[in-house]
Design a binder for this molecule. Structure first.
Ligand code: ADP
Length: 267
């Protein structure tokens, strides 16, 4: 059993993963696909004339402010991307239903109504936020999907009972929670770079492997969104997952490359 997360930022490629996944699933392997939606959300917000706002939390993580309008656009963008991936897998002979958390019991969220932020040394709070953190994953729904011969496909959304809405959740952390819920052998996070780099401008500076005991040094290398990605990796490993791989979505057979030891191998 494996979980693969494909990045949603500009610069990610989904075609190599879909080809690779279709081959592996065709051989009987069980995977769950989780995807991000940051790039499509940003373009949809721009078209709709809705501001995209990113803030940094007091603990140093960058996150998106999700007001009511941004939430609706994020949901639409995420579901349209899920639909596209599902159609492209169908073309390759793989049934991959989109598991919408508001219609199928899959992922539940805890809403972060108040978003704490720091800008220029000043702390403030943004209200009316509609992003959340994953509270639970229904592993039995994913297992039922496999039993029916299909590949579960999850958008970066989680259902919040209180508001009755799908909230925006971080795709990497969602993938980590899913991997723990289905007791996966590995979690593969594919992104628009080769893995964790010591210096983004030097391809040869790729960190090829590291363990939880070296985490502080790893965290010092990461900036921006990579910090949150490392948090997701740590949550998965501390939760008991044996292996997490950060690897490149743009190369051919990216999943096989990651499973066979490529990218940044974390344990
Ligand atoms: P995705 O949508 O694929 O999850 P993100 O934009 O969230 O992509 O995260 C990947 C980005 O993290 C890279 O494009 C890179 O700019 C940034 N990054 C920051 N520090 C590092 C680092 N040390 N190694 C690799 N990437 C890094």
């Amino acid at each position: 059993i494996g979980v693969v997360k494909i990045g949603g930022a500009v610069g990610n490629d989904t075609r190599p993963l879909l080809d690779d996944l279709a081959r592996r699933v065709g051989r009987g392997e069980r995977w769950v696909v989780v995807h991000g939606a940051s790039g499509v959300t940003d373009s949809l917000c721009e078209l709709a004339g809705v501001a995209c706002r990113y803030v940094t939390s007091p603990s140093g993580y960058r996150s998106r402010y999700v007001g009511p309008a941004q939430r609706a656009l994020f949901e639409a963008a995420a579901l349209s991307l899920s639909g596209r991936l599902s159609s492209e897998l169908a073309l390759r002979g793989i049934a991959a239903p989109v598991l919408r958390p508001d219609s199928v019991p899959t992922v539940r969220a805890e809403r972060k109504d108040l978003l704490r932020a720091v800008e220029g040394g000043r702390r403030f709070i943004l209200r009316d936020n509609y992003s959340g953190t994953v509270r639970s994953v229904a592993g039995e729904t994913l297992e039922a999907t496999w039993r029916s011969g299909a590949l579960p496909l999850l958008p970066p959304l989680a259902f919040d009972e209180e508001s009755g809405l799908n909230l925006n959740v971080d795709g990497d952390r969602l993938a980590a929670s899913v991997a723990l819920a289905v007791d996966a052998d590995c979690l593969v996070i594919l992104t628009n770079v080769a893995g964790l780099m010591e210096d983004l401008s030097r391809p040869e500076s790729l960190v090829t492997q590291a363990g939880l005991d070296e985490w502080e040094a790893l965290e010092r290398l990461a900036q921006g969104n990579m910090k949150r990605k490392l948090l997701a990796c740590r949550e998965a490993l501390e939760g008991g997952l044996a292996r997490v791989v950060l690897a490149d979505s743009r190369r051919e057979a990216p999943l096989s490359h990651a499973v066979e030891g490529g990218g940044t191998q974390l344990w």
